[in-house]
Design a protein around this ligand. Structure first.
Ligand code: AVJ
Length: 319
């Protein structure tokens, strides 16, 4: 039987405080984690199938093509800690190669995880599975049932891109520390990173022809309406997704299509036509830039794999 642990959930009051502080700031912003309510998670799965959204496909290709080499670098028999596991499919496809002794999928919501983990446990009865519900972006805390044997952290999909490079460094340092905690030895990190490329390719990936990414972004407003009891009119907002070359990041915004006032129980915010809410950053790295970040976090040993076009990179990093 798989085990499930919900570490402290963010309280409703602090969710509201955090959201309202962002929404009432001169440049309105929201954390990208609010893109993932139940519908948002499904829309993200649909994004991963789009012809324009190359990261998922390209990363899968790299894992498929270099599976044995990657497993040789990572070693077998580790505790595999899957950060942002979602439906656990990416890790599961590597089980035959990595042969983990224990599997620890971590996600913001235990509800989304539990079905996937229960099914996976039936397919792989020999692997000890511990599902953990926690928002690890606020800090990496692991329950005591996570074995201290060799720990392999798995952070695919280029989710690291949601952090600024400074935040990413702090986060990578926490992973490095966790590789050595409780007497753990020989651990490492297997991570997927999106690389800088031509503007037109990046922009299309975040502003697709079918408008799935637009729906994903706009759905945030419906989620906000529920969380805050607010009255955003989704039809009065437009999706914007583009590459900011200077900062090496794709930005997503929601832009007001008209002058409007948004209300919630004890406040309002006026938006003028053209004003934006900044909803996500997705940083893109050069190969060397990301290796330097891993080195700065204390990972001295880095191996990388890429696709022929060098659009995406998978890294194994150890101490
Ligand atoms: C889940 C953060 C990796 O940045 O590409 C996809 C999220 N946003 N399309 C990304 C996303 C719009 C995705 N990450």
């Amino acid at each position: 039987m798989a085990q499930f642990i919900q570490l402290v959930e963010q309280r409703k009051q602090s969710v509201e405080d955090e959201l309202l502080a962002g929404l009432t700031a001169p440049q309105a912003t929201t954390s990208p984690k609010y893109l993932y309510d139940a519908l948002g998670s499904k829309l993200f799965e649909a994004i991963c199938e789009l012809p324009e959204y190359y990261p998922t496909r390209t990363e899968a290709e790299i894992f498929h093509k270099h599976a044995q080499e990657i497993a040789d670098a990572c070693g077998t028999g580790a505790t595999l800690i899957d950060l942002g596991a979602g439906n656990c499919a990416k890790a599961a496809s590597l089980f035959p190669y990595l042969q983990p002794t224990q599997y620890v999928p971590v996600d913001i919501s235990i509800d989304f995880l539990s079905d996937a983990v229960s099914r996976l446990q039936q397919r792989f009865p020999a692997i000890d599975m511990v599902g953990v519900g926690t928002d690890f972006s606020a800090g990496l805390v692991l329950p005591e049932t996570v074995r201290s044997a060799q720990r392999l952290f798995f952070y695919p999909g280029s989710s690291i891109g949601n952090f600024t490079p400074d935040e990413a460094l702090i986060f990578l340092r926490q992973i490095k520390a966790a590789c050595e905690q409780d007497g753990a030895k020989g651990g490492g990190l297997l991570i997927g990173v999106d690389l800088v490329k031509e503007n037109t390719i990046l922009s299309a990936a975040y502003d697709d022809a079918l408008g799935v990414t637009a729906s994903f972004n706009l759905n945030l407003l419906q989620h906000l309406n529920r969380l805050l009891d607010a009255d955003f009119d989704v039809r009065e907002w437009r999706h914007r997704g583009f590459f900011n070359e200077k900062l090496s990041r794709v930005e997503m915004h929601l832009e007001a299509a008209s002058d409007q006032t948004v209300r919630w129980p004890d406040g309002v915010r006026r938006f003028e036509r053209g004003e934006r809410i900044h909803t996500e950053n997705s940083y893109k790295y050069s190969r060397q830039g990301f290796i330097s970040l891993l080195n700065a976090a204390g990972f001295g040993n880095v191996t990388t794999w890429s696709d022929p076009q060098q659009w995406f990179m998978v890294c194994h990093a150890r101490l």
